[in-house]
Design a protein. Structure first.
Length: 106
């Protein structure tokens, strides 16, 4: 399926998934798997960025406005490279179960 790259070859592969969901849904799913109930409230992005900038300056690091931009970006992949690369992606539930298990046993 995959050929060996030649010197000077450059290719970009987009690899995501296999399922997509919002950050809100991801946080809710993780909390549920850990047996926690959570409430999520929304604030305007500009306010989150202002708070991140202030906190980043105050602490000399941490979440910055750029990180807020990344978190709130809406990425769409036109062609997922999993089939082209001949790989099978792990479902999110399987990955989260493994991470949570690893965290509780360490």
């Amino acid at each position: 399926l995959c050929r060996q790259p030649r010197e000077g070859d450059n290719e970009t592969y987009e690899l995501v998934g296999p399922e997509g969901l919002s950050y809100r849904d991801l946080i809710t799913k993780i909390a549920q798997k850990m047996g926690h109930e959570i409430e999520i409230e929304a604030i305007p992005v500009w306010l989150a960025k202002a708070g991140a900038a202030f906190n980043s300056i105050l602490r000399g690091g941490g979440i910055s406005p750029t990180v807020i931009d990344v978190i709130t970006s809406d990425e769409k992949v036109t062609e997922n490279a999993d089939q082209r690369l001949g790989i099978r992606l792990t479902p999110l539930d399987t990955t989260l179960d493994k991470i949570i298990k690893d965290q509780t046993t360490s």
